[in-house]
Design a protein around this ligand. Structure first.
Ligand SMILES: Nc1ncnc2c1ncn2[C@@H]1O[C@H](COP(=O)(O)OP(=O)(O)OP(=O)(O)O)[C@@H](O)[C@H]1O
Length: 361
């Protein structure tokens, strides 16, 4: 990584039945998702970076040293320029939305204010809610206030701990576009704890996989999601992330065409998207079948020439197949019988038949 903007953290911490031992080198911009099963240490990592938990090691955020045990440097949490958003918004019930936001601002010197309160209010769509008390807001609205409050302190790093986990699907869908918007509009790096692959696929530009207090992989989501040696590529939820751009929309058939390195994908879509817009498409492994020859007279719209890069068992009677479609990695989950009957082997050219695909955003 040559970019001077980096987040570096070396964190070691021992508990009775848990130990954290990670060395993170993360991009100093964009959204980095910390992903892993319950109890793997995601929250502990975030809290240690914030200085809420005392881990041994060092923390450096885009050139600012927050902790360095080698020199004894330690900035307490209130002197780290960070915003923290929790699963549940912890707002003062007796203050209206504006006062809740102003409360967090008292400690921020005027010279450090890069994001104005008005800007944060506007980015999270809150102008109409400023006079309301938290008790009168929906869960999604409360969480938007919590995010705006964290932004208004002009943080150098925004830490978000499962900010959508307490919301139902409809409220999640309401808040997600705001998270995307603030990512587009503000240049503030975000560490985002999640155990939802959907959120990672949609928001993350970098992904760290944690397991048992260790970082087992760190890299681009599209690469890690399909790595057969990692848990994400296993099981029924496995899906590849295809990065491409909108080529067009067919109004009669309500189909969106997405161009990507391996060809073109057609997705059902009721509304058009601007031509040229960058999009991510999720292609579930179970929605990809394989053929040795180009199928004729098939109802499958998406047929992509690909080469097999990996073959391995994945559960009873199932095989995970890694594919390279013109430089884009895909996964297929097929039956062991099909693999045998088709005589599939690594290196072979096949046609990937994609039955379904969905925009990740
Ligand atoms: N205050 C604490 N005291 C003792 N053990 C703790 C404390 N907080 C967390 N732990 C333990 O440390 C380990 C890591 O917890 P952590 O909350 O970081 O996991 P997580 O990946 O964020 O989990 P989840 O997805 O369930 O929130 C777990 O075994 C947990 O039980």
């Amino acid at each position: 990584m040559t970019d001077a903007r980096q987040i570096l953290a070396r964190l070691r911490l021992e508990r009775a039945d848990f130990s954290l031992d990670v060395q993170l080198r993360l991009p100093g911009r964009g959204v980095t998702a910390l992903f892993g099963p319950s109890g793997c240490g995601k929250t502990t990592c975030l809290r240690a970076i914030a200085g809420l938990e005392r881990a041994a090691g060092s923390v450096q955020v885009n050139g600012q040293l927050w902790q360095d045990d080698a020199t004894g440097a330690w900035r307490p949490t209130h002197r780290r320029a960070l915003g923290y958003v929790f699963q549940e918004a912890s707002l003062f019930p007796h203050l209206d939305v504006r006062r809740n936001m102003e409360y967090g601002l008292r400690r921020v010197p005027a010279v450090r204010r890069r994001v104005s309160l008005e800007r944060a209010v506007e980015l999270l769509g809150l102008p109409a809610l400023l006079g309301r008390r938290p008790g009168t807001l929906s869960g999604g609205e409360r969480q938007r206030v919590a995010i705006a409050r964290a932004l208004a302190v002009s943080p150098d790093l925004l830490l978000m701990d499962e900010p959508l986990a307490a919301l139902d699907a409809a409220r999640k869908a309401e808040v997600l576009p705001y998270l995307e918007q603030l990512q587009r509009e503000l240049d503030i790096p975000v560490l985002y704890v999640s155990h939802s692959v959907d959120e990672v696929a949609r928001l993350a530009s970098h992904l760290v996989l944690l397991q048992g207090g260790r970082a087992i992989a760190s890299g681009a989501p599209a690469e890690l999601l399909v790595r057969p040696d990692l848990p994400l590529a296993r099981g029924d939820a496995a899906a590849a992330l295809v990065e491409g751009h909108v080529r067009g929309w067919d109004a009669r058939d309500q189909l969106l065409s997405i161009a990507f390195a391996g060809g073109e994908l057609h997705l059902a879509a009721a509304t058009p998207r601007p031509v040229g817009q960058a999009v991510r498409v999720r292609v579930a492994a179970r929605d990809v079948s394989l053929a040795r020859v180009r199928a004729e007279g098939s109802s499958i719209l998406n047929l992509l020439p690909a080469r097999i890069t990996h073959l391995g068992p994945d559960g009873p009677g199932q095989v995970l197949v890694g594919l390279d479609a013109g430089g884009t990695a895909l996964l297929a989950r097929i039956s062991a019988r099909s693999q045998r009957e088709l005589g599939l082997a690594v290196g072979q050219a096949v046609f990937a038949q994609v039955k379904g695909a969905a925009l990740a955003d």
